[in-house]
Design a protein around this ligand. Structure first.
Ligand code: NDP
Length: 508
């Protein structure tokens, strides 16, 4: 774990840090060709911290041409696997050297608590890149069981140019989840950060050149989704887009693909994830801690946030009391204070959307048993962790992804009712299940319709496990694990005739 600094030290770093603001193409920082910029503010203070290049279609064309050239020259795609591995490991070493800087940039840009940036976002981003780098020279292709007269080989080849269109909730980590496997497979990669959170990603790519990743292989195009994002989606020379964000925009990428070149689309989308706690769950203090982390971590701005607590009647009151008590431990406040576990909401637009849902919940007749209001900390935008009791699964607060610190508590009679309520959603990203009955745990884990089911904990697995969703939580997109690595490759069959054509064939 990284050593935490004091608030004053983080403040000093934030005010002295060199804030990157230009696009990064072909190994160089450059402004958008149009000269347009977007203002980026620190949501914890509402101060403008940078004017970021707002890339347009012409910047996308330029970056794609450079990425394609790098790919075709083979400077990365055909580099010896051990060379690609070395460069990516070197990138991780440089990230380690700059980890306080990366953490501070992430925090001031997104509103995330520095505690999380230092202990989760930056270290996990390094680990995922290192994991995929280490895999590069350990993956074998296949020879098929096709007899002596033919040699059948199944080989994986990088797609070519891959775009990663990123969300604002885990900027650096989502960049790492994309570039780890995509670069490991030999692709050239172009990242489009969310318009509110480009800084840590720009810092990361700056380090990539020093690490030995050749120019043109890794680029960053900050800008608006409706302009730069759409231009990437529609570009005829991009082979694949890996997207994390809302289901609505994910569907747009399928349209872009259909209207352009049938580029591969990998989607990791939203969730309305259930946390199911049954009467036989052990140690309700621990369960309550997990429930609170599952919903409020990252201010609930998390696609795997367990925003629905589906709890069996026999333990509901006792568990809810403990959940309310534990919520108080998650102090909300200025993100650069390492004692705070919750920071600011990412943007004013998103803050308004969460407050609207809190209002909807009140009007729908659910009862606020914790929070329910905005918090004043200077000029920043903060919302109290909020718990609604007496929710039924038809209410909008139980059906729509709020993506904020809002928990809906739904009481059920039985385990079977719990599972049917849990599955009664258009999403299927993650589900948590708490029970002490082993047989029931296995059976219900199978019945829950989600890409990841964690039992007796809240979790997304680790680097070795794929992460992605069922139903409208995703399409093909699985981040992490070797499945992610395969996902950035085309599969080619090579079939070689080995039969002896000189043999006389006796047809008599
Ligand atoms: P979006 O899905 O709108 O944004 C994700 C990325 O897509 C951003 O880089 C964005 O750019 C880009 N984008 C937006 N519109 C387009 C477009 N028309 N064509 C191409 N790219 C586009 O998420 P939001 O940031 O607006 O958040 C809205 C909701 O999405 C949240 O409330 C939450 O429900 C969900 N979400 C889910 C995430 C997850 O982890 N699965 C992450 C983020 C959001 P730009 O920033 O410029 O808009």
């Amino acid at each position: 774990m990284s050593t935490l600094l004091t608030e004053a030290e983080y403040e000093a770093l934030a005010s002295s840090i060199d804030i990157p603001s230009n696009a990064f193409i072909d190994g160089k920082f450059m402004s958008a060709r149009s000269g347009e910029t977007i203002l980026t503010t620190n949501p914890a203070t509402s101060e403008v911290i940078a004017e970021i290049a707002a890339c347009q279609a012409e910047d996308v064309d330029y970056a794609v041409a450079k990425a394609r050239k790098a790919f075709d020259r083979g400077v990365w795609s055909r580099m010896h696997p051990s060379g690609r591995k070395r460069a990516m490991i070197q990138l991780v070493k440089l990230m380690k050297r700059h980890h306080h800087e990366l953490a501070v940039l992430e925090s001031i840009d997104s509103g995330k608590p520095i505690f999380d940036c230092e202990t989760i976002d930056v270290p996990e981003s390094m680990e995922v890149i290192a994991w995929h780098a280490e895999a590069i020279d350990k993956l074998y292709d296949q020879v098929t069981p096709s007899g002596d007269d033919a040699l059948g080989m199944i080989v994986r080849e990088p797609f070519g140019v891959v775009a990663g269109v990123l969300p604002w909730n885990f900027p650096l980590m989502m960049a790492a989840w994309k570039i780890g496997p995509a670069l490991a497979a030999g692709n050239s990669v172009i990242l489009k950060p969310a318009e509110t959170t480009s800084l840590s990603i720009l810092k990361l790519v700056e380090l990539s050149i020093e690490a030995g990743i050749p120019t043109g292989v890794l680029s960053v195009l900050p800008g608006k989704g409706s302009i730069a994002g759409q231009a990437l989606g529609m570009h005829p020379d991009i082979n694949a887009v890996s997207f994390t964000g809302s289901t609505a925009v994910g569907k747009r990428f399928l349209e872009y693909s259909a209207q352009s070149n049938l580029k591969r689309i990998l989607l990791e989308l939203g969730g309305k994830n259930p946390c199911v706690v049954l009467n036989d769950a052990e140690n309700l203090d621990y369960v309550a801690e997990q429930v609170v982390e599952a919903v409020f971590w990252n201010m609930g701005q998390n696609c795997s946030s367990n925003s629905r607590l589906i709890v069996q009647k026999g333990i509901k009151e006792e568990l809810l009391e403990k959940v309310i008590e534990k919520t108080a431990d998650w102090r909300t406040g200025y993100p650069l204070n390492p004692a705070n576990r919750l920071g600011a909401i990412n943007s004013k637009r998103h803050y308004n959307s969460i407050m609207k849902y809190i209002d909807i919940g009140k009007k729908e007749g659910a009862g606020v048993v914790a929070g329910g209001e905005a918090i004043t900390v200077g000029q920043g935008i903060y919302i109290e962790p909020t718990i609604f009791d007496g929710v039924n699964n038809n209410m909008r607060i139980a059906r729509e992804e709020i993506f904020g610190p809002v928990l809906s508590v739904i009481e059920v009679e039985s385990a079977s009712e719990a599972i049917s309520v849990a599955n009664d959603t258009e999403y299927g990203l993650q589900a948590s299940l708490f029970t002490s009955n082993l047989k029931q745990a296995h059976r219900l884990a199978r019945e829950l319709q989600a890409g990841t089911v964690s039992v007796n904990c809240y979790g997304e697995g680790d680097l070795t496990t794929p992460f992605g969703g069922y139903k409208q939580s995703g399409l093909f997109g699985r981040d992490k694990s070797l499945i992610a690595n395969n996902q950035y490759c085309e599969v080619k069959t090579i079939w070689i005739d080995l039969s002896d054509n000189d043999l006389d064939v006796d047809l008599s």
